[in-house]
Design a protein around this ligand. Structure first.
Ligand code: AGP
Length: 616
């Protein structure tokens, strides 16, 4: 998704903006630009392609100015070209806007503005927004330029249908930047004699840890000395100052070549962080303080709907097995983009849980709002503290995974599964689970981080397997029961960072059509831990081998028979079958990583993808 950073203060803005854009690169983009206000007009520099192209242009031009806004664009309307890159100016050329989101009625607004004599130089919806605000600014009778600019934003935005996170500057009001949000995140960074505006706190965490997360319909004015937040329709808005809970180092790669590899290796600690302080060994249960639900309300829950997208949805599918097996509560997973349009029957005791690493995924947010519209109690399993989803749910559980910068989700998946294990334990102990069973699960969960470390120690072995198959054009991922979602997750990882076509299936589905694909050039990855369906998986592997399909198996150590049927085997330590997805996913994360590296792919910023999908 698009990234935004604005700066107003006592330092030259361009280096700060470029550094902030670099920290937002992981979100995915295809062009970048900045606009600086130096008291004598606006200087706008835009370049298609990587931020390096913009950096070179800025070095050549060396624009001056202590006030600026900048943007990385993930194209929604119009190709990734210099002309379509943000910032966009209004008819007068004195106002500039950067925007994250989609203006759904931009064509109608564009036609109306053309009728008012406006001309456009791009194909974007954002340029229409710039002209609309400029139209209101030029038509205002307000004499104070700052109030005139704020008023123009507040008058223009109600005419917009869609989503926006914007930053606006005007050369007549060089002492302020105006921002506003609806559906796309925006945060204010608080400094000494300087302030920031950003779409993601990681862009400004090096400068300040004191931030204000804006809410929908907020309009903020930042200056060197302060900030003011109003509602888009006027009147003061609620403001909460938050403290960023991660360090600059955590938002950096450190000694790792890619954020994705760093985050794969962080999983022993991220899982420890997800469960820390949430286990009661005395009662053999979980302690989840953020649910905001009484024991009675928890006991009344008779059905759970888990809604999410992508990897978070796969984690939810594992959670379905966990909650049903531990608590015997009917649980179903609804892909968020489907749930929001389906009319799923619910009752007053149905609990909705949305899962989202970023807490900003627009489809998941829409599913949450649809559930709330139906009067359901809604919880969130979220990583990004104070994100929109975290703020709009009735309660929830932060996974405390730290910033996940790589576009491919890794540690967020295992932490989401760990948290849903806690949820299943909590519900189970309210209903039928004994304290001894609960305590046994707690002991096994606490042992998982060290077992992940044992798998990570096999990285070289997994790298060799990856390089052996890096040339293939397709890959099948097969698993049963709670490892079927892991097959889906392994396939998603492989396709999104190595661009190999990959698909995940329940192993038994092979004979219902999938096996027609099997051939020597098409490897199948079987997730076959030593569980109740292990022998069934072995049979499926033999079906593939009989048709000369190569097989990579993820299996449990101590059961070497699988080496008689699989071409390559990656062993995981023993663990209860209910927790095996926490281990079986690790080899698949590393496999996709090393295949992508071998294929020369951009692992942290895969083509066409964004870290947080805040547009529909
Ligand atoms: C997974 O690797 C992808 N990055 C993507 O599927 C992601 O999981 C999905 O967009 C949901 O994101 P969220 O968890 O931030 O809501």
């Amino acid at each position: 998704m698009c990234g935004i950073i604005g700066y107003i203060g006592k330092r030259q803005a361009s280096p700060i903006l470029l550094d902030g854009l670099r920290r937002l690169e992981y979100r995915g983009y295809d062009s970048a630009g900045m606009a600086l206000s130096n008291g004598h007009g606006l200087e706008v520099i835009r370049r298609a392609g990587r931020i390096e192209n913009l950096r070179k242009a800025v070095a050549e031009i060396n624009p001056r100015g202590e006030v600026g806004i900048s943007h990385t664009r993930w194209a929604t309307h119009g190709a990734p070209t210099d002309a379509n890159a943000h910032p966009h100016k209004d008819e007068s050329g004195k106002l500039a806007v950067v925007h994250n989101g989609v203006i759904e009625n931009y064509q109608q607004l564009r036609d109306w503005l053309k009728g008012e004599g406006h001309t456009f130089s791009s194909e974007t919806d954002t340029e229409v927004l710039a002209h609309l605000i400029g139209f209101e600014y030029d038509g205002s009778t307000e004499t104070d330029p700052i109030q005139r600019l704020v008023g123009a934003v507040q008058t223009a935005l109600p005419r917009v249908k869609g989503t926006y996170g914007i930053a606006v500057i005007h050369e007549d009001a060089p002492s302020v930047i105006v921002g506003a949000r609806l559906g796309s995140p925006l945060v204010v960074g608080l400094g000494e004699g300087e302030h920031y505006l950003a779409s993601d706190v990681s862009a400004i965490v090096t400068h300040t840890k004191d931030v204000v997360y804006l809410n929908d319909y907020d309009v903020v004015t930042i200056s060197r000395t302060g900030y003011d937040v109003q509602h888009v329709e006027g009147g003061a808005a609620r403001v909460t100052v938050s403290r960023v809970d991660f360090t600059e180092d955590e938002a950096e790669k450190g000694d790792f070549p890619h954020f994705m590899l760093k985050e794969i290796y962080e999983q022993p600690n991220s899982i420890r962080n997800a469960i820390r302080g949430r286990l009661s060994k005395d009662e053999g249960t979980a302690i989840l303080g953020g649910l905001q639900m009484t024991q009675q309300e928890l006991r009344q829950v008779d059905r759970i709907i888990l809604s999410a997208c992508g990897t978070a949805c796969h984690a939810g599918m594992v959670g379905e097995y966990l909650i049903e097996s531990l608590a015997r509560i009917p649980t179903e997973v609804e892909i968020a983009s489907e749930f929001r349009y389906r009319n799923v029957p619910t009752t007053k005791d149905t609990l909705q849980i949305v899962i989202s690493q970023s807490g900003e995924t627009i489809d998941t947010l829409a599913a949450l709002r649809e559930a709330k519209r139906k009067g359901l109690k809604c919880l969130g399993i979220v990583n990004n503290v104070a994100s929109t989803i975290a703020r709009e749910t009735d309660g929830g559980i932060y996974i405390h995974a730290g910033p996940e910068i790589g576009v491919a989700a890794t540690k967020s998946f295992t932490s989401q599964v760990a948290v849903m294990t806690l949820l299943g334990l909590l519900f189970g102990r309210i209903h039928h689970l004994s304290s001894t069973d609960g305590l046994e699960l707690i002991d096994e969960l606490e042992a998982i981080p060290d077992k992940i470390s044992q798998i990570l120690a096999q990285a070289d072995h997994i790298k060799q397997i990856a390089e052996k198959y890096a040339h293939v054009e397709g890959m099948l991922f097969m698993g049963r029961l709670n490892n079927y979602p892991v097959a889906l997750e392994g396939a998603l990882k492989m396709k999104e960072i190595s661009y190999i076509y990959a698909s995940g299936h329940p192993s038994a589905e092979l004979k219902h059509g999938v096996i027609a694909l099997v051939k020597p050039e098409l490897p199948s990855v079987f997730i076959a831990p030593h569980d109740a369906v292990f022998e069934k998986n072995i049979s499926n592997i033999e079906e593939v081998k009989a048709r000369k399909g190569p097989v990579i198996a993820v299996a449990t150590e101590g059961h070497p028979n699988i080496e008689k049927v699989a071409d390559d085997v990656i062993y995981i330590p023993r663990c209860p079958s209910s927790l095996s997805p926490l281990l079986t996913v690790i080899p698949l994360q590393l496999l996709s990583y090393y295949v992508a590296v071998a294929r020369g792919c951009d692992v942290d910023k895969p083509r066409n993808l964004a870290k947080s999908v805040t547009v529909e």
